[in-house]
Design a protein around this ligand. Structure first.
Ligand SMILES: N[C@@H](CCC(=O)N[C@@H](CS)C(=O)NCC(=O)O)C(=O)O
Length: 85
C-alpha cells in the first residue's frame, strides 16, 4: 500500500482500540498523517472536526469516522480497491 494523503488518524498510543487500528495499518503497510492526542492542542483539533475527543478517529476527506471496527472496515475497502488495481 501507500501513503494515503486524504486520511488523518487521531490516536493515542496507550489506547487498545487505536492499537488495533495501528496494527492493521502496519500489517497492510498503510500510512497516513498521524496525530497523537497526547500533544497539546491535538484533542481540541479533533473535537473541532468531529465533536468528540474519542480516539481512534479517522478523518476521511475532512469527515470524521469514529469506532475502530468501522475504521478497519473502511481501510479494508481501500486495500481491496488497491489490489484490484
Ligand atoms: N468503541 C470505540 C471505543 C474507543 C474508546 O473507548 N477510546 C477511548 C480511549 S481507549 C477514548 O477515546 N476515551 C475518551 C473519550 O471517549 O472521550 C472504538 O472501538 O473505537
Amino acid at each position: 500500500m501507500a501513503y494515503l494523503s486524504n486520511l488523518t488518524l487521531f490516536y493515542k498510543p496507550a489506547c487498545p482500540y487505536c492499537q488495533k487500528v495501528l496494527a492493521y495499518m502496519e500489517e497492510q503497510d498503510i500510512a497516513c498523517e498521524m496525530k497523537d492526542t497526547r500533544i497539546p492542542g491535538v484533542t481540541d483539533e479533533l473535537v473541532a472536526i468531529g465533536g468528540k475527543a474519542q480516539v481512534p478517529c479517522l478523518i476521511i476527506d475532512g469527515e470524521p469516522m469514529y469506532e475502530s471496527d468501522d475504521i478497519i472496515q473502511y481501510l479494508r475497502g481501500v486495500v481491496v480497491t488497491d489490489e484490484l488495481g
